[in-house]
Design a protein around this ligand. Structure first.
Ligand code: HEM
Ligand SMILES: *[C@@H]1O[C@H](CO)[C@@H](O)[C@H](O)[C@H]1NC(C)=O
Length: 455
């Protein structure tokens, strides 16, 4: 287009060039006005008529820009307060009542290249030698037309990496050492250590080490191993590699780091007895290793880090409006059940993963701000786990209060993509993360109490 503009100028067709420039300026101006003032109303209109020329022209950019911040709990609560449980944002219809989220997570789902509210760049996702996509979150359930890859690959992940050997490594001496150094780093906060953001030690490196030790059996004391892992897991920007269109930017490109980490995974103890099996749809070791790089980066390490931050830092975030440490300080640290409830209550009010997604397999309608609207089959639907966790119809009038002893907390918590323990896409890392968080709260809690007593 730029070439056309220049050529027309050079050939005395200036009016064509000015015409093109004018149209571009108009386009940018219209998009800016929509994004500033009519973000959600425009998307409501456009998502009902995706084939309309105006939708096709204007929705893609609105969708991308809006998706950047739409899922952050602070931001989505603003939209929630404006429209209620249902609205249109990030190019998706958000249906956020507890009942609707429950139905979504407990039933088979159509899927596409989305991560909750974010559009994904397909070429950034792990693919097998045959070209098949390996990213679990983008694979449709078999019952709604999927290939069966989701179920088969998921089983392969669980059998290989969340096995009895994983649980055994959680209580070995290396795991204890990793925990002890987390506690030692926590003790250094008062003397200025940046426990939550430091790339070395602290909360960041803890999760990289701990999860790769217990899940893969990797030798995290080996400097080369840690350098390779840190090249992918340090920092919060790695998600950009996976997102459309940001993944195109060379600065965010992580393909070479990912290849090196996948090589480590493939040689790890957890892969030692790996066999290609029909029940795993013939997933190869290399495919599983690649799949795991994306899972560890997007779900495992990032989500867990955030959860530990919410639980131990006292940060006020989303619907978590108190310094939760004051509650932590009152819990009997030998009571694992109470500590688990504390983690669930923190993540109810401020979930590390706020939104999941599905693709509507049929035409559907829903009520938005008091009126009913119809959307066609194929519409992307956001599943706001964050809203299910604060639906007054289920949680009652004290929904905004912090009460880890509230009835139904575990049963109704939607933050791991299931309700009542039902959901074929429930986070398979849930029990490992919960056990680890309880352990962290015990060890850091003891340290915190020791410091308080001596202060
Ligand atoms: C040990 C660390 C973790 C591991 C290994 C892990 C693993 C996974 C895997 C493999 C999936 C894909 C499941 C599927 O598509 O069938 C998944 C999904 C999910 N995980 Fe985790 N996860 C971890 C930590 C977390 C944390 C801390 C949270 C937040 C509280 C979380 C919340 C979720 C949610 C909501 C999904 C569903 C996403 C979607 O389908 O859109 N995970 N996790
Ligand atoms: C897996 O491999 C076996 C043997 O080569 C073949 O019969 C089967 O069709 C393959 N299954 C899939 C899902 O590719």
């Amino acid at each position: 287009m730029i070439a056309t503009v220049v050529i027309c100028f050079m050939n005395g067709l200036g009016f064509v060039s000015w015409g093109i420039i004018g149209l571009v300026v108009l386009f940018v101006a219209v998009e800016a006005v929509i994004l500033l003032y009519y973000k959600n109303t425009f998307q409501l209109w456009a998502l009902q008529r995706p084939w309309n020329l105006i939708s096709r022209l204007l929705l893609p950019l609105v969708e991308i820009v809006d998706s950047i911040g739409a899922g952050n709990t602070n931001n989505c609560m603003i939209t929630f307060n404006q429209y209620g449980k249902n609205f249109c944002a990030s190019g998706e219809v958000w249906m956020g009542s507890f009942a609707e989220v429950k139905k979504s997570v407990q039933n088979p789902q159509g899927r596409n290249f989305w991560l909750g509210e974010h559009p994904l760049l397909p070429s950034s996702l792990p693919h097998g030698e045959s070209g098949r996509c390996l990213f679990l979150l983008s694979l449709a359930s078999k019952a709604v037309g999927g290939t069966g890859d989701h179920e088969a690959f998921r089983k392969c992940v669980v059998d290989t990496l969340l096995s009895d050997a994983t649980v055994a490594r959680e209580s070995d001496s290396v795991a204890k050492e990793i925990m002890d150094s987390l506690t030692a780093d926590f003790a250094k906060i008062d003397s200025g250590f940046d426990f939550y953001n430091s790339p070395v030690g602290g909360n960041q490196e803890f999760w990289t080490k701990y999860l790769h030790h217990v899940m893969f059996g990797l030798d995290i004391k080996n400097k080369e191993v840690m350098d390779t892992l840190n090249s992918l897991f340090t920092g919060d920007m790695a998600l950009m590699h996976y997102l459309y269109p940001f993944g195109y930017v060379p600065h965010f490109n992580l393909h070479s780091q990912i290849a090196k980490v996948a090589e480590l995974y493939e040689k790890s103890p957890a892969f030692k007895n790996f066999k290609v099996k029909a029940e795993y749809n013939n997933m190869t070791a290399k495919e599983l290793a690649l799949l795991m790089t994306s899972i560890m980066r997007i779900a495992g390490v990032q989500g867990s880090r955030m959860l530990a931050w919410f639980c131990t830092s006292g940060v006020i975030y989303g619907n978590l409006r108190i310094d939760a440490r004051e509650v932590w300080d009152t819990i009997d640290l030998s009571n694992e059940d109470d500590l688990k409830k504390y983690v669930l209550e923190v993540s109810r009010l401020s979930p590390p993963v706020t939104v999941s997604h599905r693709v509507a397999m049929e035409d559907f309608s829903c009520e938005i701000a008091g009126k009913t609207y119809n959307f066609p089959k194929g519409t992307k639907v956001a599943i706001p786990l964050v809203f299910a966790n604060i639906d007054q119809d289920v949680w009652g009038a004290d929904v905004w209060e912090f009460n880890h002893k509230r009835p139904g907390l575990e049963k109704n918590h939607a933050g791991f993509n299931s309700v009542d323990g039902v959901g074929n896409r429930e986070c398979p890392g849930k029990s490992l993360v919960m056990r680890t968080m309880v352990r962290i709260l015990q060890d850091l809690g003891k340290e915190r109490r020791k410091q308080k007593a001596s202060a």
